[in-house]
Design a binder for this molecule. Structure first.
Ligand code: SOE
Length: 388
């Protein structure tokens, strides 16, 4: 297997976690980091023990040693950096959501196919061991016919009017905030778990805090505290509280709500699938537990334990039962799937979106978000997702 050289663009909130996950693999060298300017890049590279620092993504992409470019910048930069990396025939990993619009995601997908480079999106919640177990159970029929898929993704980091993030700016994050960011993870999870496709949606995307205080001179990372510096009033045009109804291609229905202003909810992603036989539910903050709901027998909590996981997904657990594995480990599992595929020189066209989410997966999720925004603009009517 080839030893890969990996370069990352963007070392804000999530970039360092990408680096940590990749570093744990052993067969990938973290070779370079790029950020918005040379000073910042040098500082971040020193903090994260990355040998080369570049003050622009163009320089990192021009580095002939780099095999894979990971794009962990704010969303509005994904499209341009991915197209540049693809043009240089680098394999690309892009943080979620893939792009600010479905049209941009489509262009990225077409460019990656044309250039025949491996392409991946970091929908990391799929790769918790018990989530993979749930997927096996649904696909082998334990749950019966899936009828209802519901859940939420709730956080509280935008609770106060003084909380601010670039995710609230449509030119930087796209026309949906919570539905496009947290929602993207949930829609991917719902489709990956069940194997179903969302066909139509009805959205009520609301804005509880209509005027926020935007920092005048400072760039605020996700989850960063308000520094108390000067602010200006900012009119919020995107959702901070979103309710969504869904219809799937097998006739099942779904229900999702997302928010980033519900006090006490930190990274509260929950999904439940109700079928004609059993129900399954998983909560991200109880990462090693899978609830199995039954009618004629006791309910059960399946606990993460490699000895109990289906053999096909056992490798997603690195530790014995009782030894907790969670968010960083799921990220490692995702990165291992993508980077092993690249190191083995496998054909990018054979990536089916199951081993790791591809640009095709990211595009389909972007198409759902696009449909949510259309639904909202049409007065919260049902609209079909346009997967052209
Ligand atoms: C959503 O707001 C988000 O940024 C997720 O995408 C991350 O997975 C989570 O760690 C923090 O919240």
């Amino acid at each position: 297997m080839k030893r890969l050289k990996y370069g990352i663009v963007g070392a804000g909130f999530v970039g360092p976690h990408h680096i940590e996950a990749v570093r744990r693999l052993g067969f990938v060298e973290i070779a370079a980091l790029a950020d918005a300017n040379s000073d910042l890049a040098r500082r971040k590279a020193a903090q994260l023990f990355v040998p080369r620092a570049y003050g622009s993504y163009e320089e990192l992409i021009a580095d002939p040693a780099i095999d894979v470019v990971d794009i962990a910048t704010p969303t509005w930069l994904h499209h341009r950096i991915a197209l540049a990396a693809i043009a240089a025939r680098k394999h690309v990993i892009v943080d979620k959501p893939m792009a600010t619009t479905a049209a941009q995601a489509r262009e990225m997908l077409e460019a990656a196919h044309e250039a025949s480079v491996v392409n991946a999106i970091t929908f990391n919640y799929r790769y918790f061991p018990v989530v993979q177990q749930a997927r096996v159970m649904i696909h082998r029929g334990d749950v019966g016919q899936v009828r209802f898929v519901h859940g939420h993704y709730m956080q509280d980091w935008l609770l106060y009017e003084t909380d601010f993030s670039w995710r609230l700016e449509p030119d930087k994050a796209g026309p949906a905030c919570v539905a496009g960011d947290a929602g993207a993870h949930w829609f991917d999870l719902a489709q990956h778990l069940t194997g179903l496709r969302v066909e139509s949606v009805l959205a009520d995307l609301t804005t509880a805090i209509k005027i926020r205080k935007r920092p005048v001179a400072e760039w605020r990372e996700a989850f960063a505290e308000n520094s108390g510096g000067a602010t200006e009033n900012f009119t919020v045009m995107v959702d901070d509280l979103s309710s969504v109804l869904l219809r799937f291609n097998n006739g099942a229905v779904g229900n999702f709500f997302g928010c980033q202003l519900c006090a006490g909810h930190k990274n509260d992603l929950r999904i439940e699938v109700n079928g004609s036989r059993h129900s399954l539910a998983w909560e991200q903050e109880r990462p090693g537990e899978l609830w199995i709901g039954r009618r004629g027998a006791s309910n059960e909590t399946f606990l993460k334990d490699p000895a109990l996981l289906d053999p096909s997904v056992r490798h997603y657990a690195a530790l014995p039962g009782g030894h907790n594995e969670a968010w960083p480990d799921a990220f490692r599992n995702l990165m291992r799937n993508v980077l092993t595929f690249i190191a083995e020189g496998r054909d990018p066209a054979s990536a089916d979106g199951e081993l790791f989410p591809t640009f095709a997966t990211g595009y389909r999720v972007a198409a759902i978000v696009d449909a949510l925004v259309r639904s909202q603009r049409q007065g919260s009517h049902w609209v079909e997702v346009d997967y052209r």
